[in-house]
Design a protein around this ligand. Sequence first.
Ligand code: SF4
Length: 166
Amino acid sequence: MASDQLNILDIIYSSSVDGTGFRDVLFVCGCPHHCPECHNPQSWNAENGHWESVDELYKKLTKSNLTNVTFSGGEPFEQTRVLCKLAKRLKEEAGKTIWIYSGYRYEELKEDGEKKKLLSLCDVLVDGKYEKNNTELNMRFKGSLNQRIIDIPSSLKENKVVLFLP
Ligand code: SF4
């Protein structure tokens, strides 16, 4: 596979439930976490996805000036290296803010050089596996209570988890 291709499931445009404001959501394909009652189980098997280049995805995710971007899945940090290329262009060339969802915890992600680089290119992380017995009604932007909505720049700067308050 070419070095600038991502395995993706879908893009949903102008979502209001995957982060603040309106966001175009890139659902990557492939997830090792297998959380019971995951809402997107078709994203587990990497063979369910298709490959698109960073250029193609950049064009699709910058069609509108009124939306920002969310990386969801699947597990975005399983495709960290190429996702870094896309995130860098979205930030630097298009000025987008980026939310990213992961089944990994912030503390794990920041210990891996490449994953920390992707973190540093994003603005907000929603972390942790989905826990089906740990939910309540009307939660915004996350599926279970264990998950945290994290302000990435502040957390990296202060070397501790700083929550993002939507
Ligand atoms: S991390 Fe997300 S996509 Fe993966 S199994 Fe858990 S809820 Fe589903």
